[in-house]
Design a protein around this ligand. Structure first.
Ligand code: ADP
Length: 364
């Protein structure tokens, strides 16, 4: 077969002839190297490697065989927000919860957020853990306050930004040593402001760090926002698992019905650096995996106990930012699973209906 001349348009059309579920977003040629950035719907390893093989075969048989192709895949996130969630520029809202406090929900939220940002997504965190907001510390934003900006004649809060993640937290409005003992209605009012008086701009993902338990704040969020899916975090410890069951049941209630994207196990084991082959299951073994099996829910991954994860949280630089480390690989894997499960959810289910609390006749 005679070879055709290299051109970006020709690459586009050759790839589009393959009818793969992906988009070409960028092509660069430097000497013999051709870099192609693609958005793929099915972000699994199998699907990426099949797409890669057929694209390289197609291009090599058409162009000069000396060219080298480098393919970068990013997941394509479908926007199913039909306006229901009232945050029109936010494509996906994910609620991250734990039934128990201190199991690492905020740590995991922060690390998923920076991993999404490293992958090139626009990410925001709404720290709704109104009773113990940790995002100001975890993102090195203690003492900082969001500025007011004018949007369409209204004054809005501009989220603070750290490591590419936009953040709003009730912790920006209270001093860190001041105990936040809010009454239900006050907490709800503060939360409303964080949600609706904020200028999030465009986001692919808004992660909501919920307080532990299944209380007012949860109800308040699901009455206002169409949450695409939720993630439940637990340690494998029996007392934590018992609470996690309650959390799962809440999302599954008929009138709430928020799809659960999966469960994450934190503090799965401890692996001392000087005994690499040893794993100590301090909080028990496989508890969350078994819970996921029981409820037929996806298990999204496990995070061991890392001193570095605790330290990085305390100094305000989420551990997953460390390139090419064990920690960053663990969070990349969890984040990819989250995207795969979210894509499946978005492809198969309509937007989540906002919870409507039934009122008694005559009351509103
Ligand atoms: P939650 O949001 O569930 O209350 P946090 O994320 O604040 O929990 O975590 C509680 C404490 O445990 C923090 O000090 C955090 O740094 C630490 N921590 C969380 N996960 C891990 C882990 N996998 N390894 C080591 N320390 C962890």
């Amino acid at each position: 077969m005679s070879k055709v001349l290299f051109s970006k348009e020709k690459i586009m059309s050759l790839i589009s002839d393959l009818n793969l579920s992906l988009d070409v977003v960028n092509i660069n040629k430097f000497d013999k190297e051709v870099t192609i950035d693609l958005l793929i719907e099915n972000f699994t390893h199998k699907s990426k490697s099949e797409a890669k093989n057929s694209i390289i075969k197609q291009l090599s048989s058409n162009f000069n065989s000396k060219l080298i192709y480098l393919l970068n895949f990013k997941p394509k996130v479908k926007n199913i927000n039909d306006g229901t969630n009232k945050l029109n520029n936010v494509k996906n809202i994910i609620a991250i919860s734990s039934a128990k406090g201190g199991v690492g929900k905020s740590t995991i939220t922060a690390n998923i957020a920076v991993t999404l940002s490293k992958m090139g997504f626009k990410v925001g965190i709404l720290d709704a853990d109104i009773y113990g907001p940790s995002m100001p510390i975890m993102f090195d934003l203690v003492g900082r306050k969001p500025l007011a900006v004018e949007v369409d004649g209204k004054s809005k809060m501009k989220p603070l930004e750290s490591y590419g993640v936009k953040i709003l937290s009730i912790g920006f409005f209270t001093s860190m040593d001041q105990a936040v003992i809010w009454r239900g209605p006050m907490a709800t009012k503060a939360l409303n402001q964080l949600i609706f008086d904020a200028d999030w701009k465009e986001l692919d993902f808004l992660l909501i760090d919920l307080p532990p338990g299944t209380g007012d704040i949860h109800l308040s969020i699901i009455q206002k926002l169409s949450v695409n899916g939720s993630i439940v975090i637990s340690t494998p410890q029996i007392v934590a698992l018992a609470d996690a069951r309650k959390g799962i049941s809440m999302y599954r209630q008929e009138n709430i019905n928020i799809p659960i994207l999966g469960l994450i196990e934190n503090m799965s084991y401890f692996n001392p650096s000087d005994e690499k082959e040893k794993k100590y299951y301090i909080f028990g073994k496989d508890g969350v995996k078994n819970l996921a099996d029981d409820f037929k829910l996806p298990f999204m991954g496990e995070v061991p106990i890392f001193q570095g994860l605790r330290e990085s949280g305390d100094i305000g630089r989420p551990g997953a930012l460390q390139e090419d480390s064990e920690l960053s690989r663990i969070f990349e894997n969890i984040t990819k699973n989250m995207i795969i499960n979210l894509t499946e959810r978005n492809n198969n289910l309509p937007p989540t209906e906002i919870l409507k609390i039934k009122t008694m006749a005559g009351c509103s």
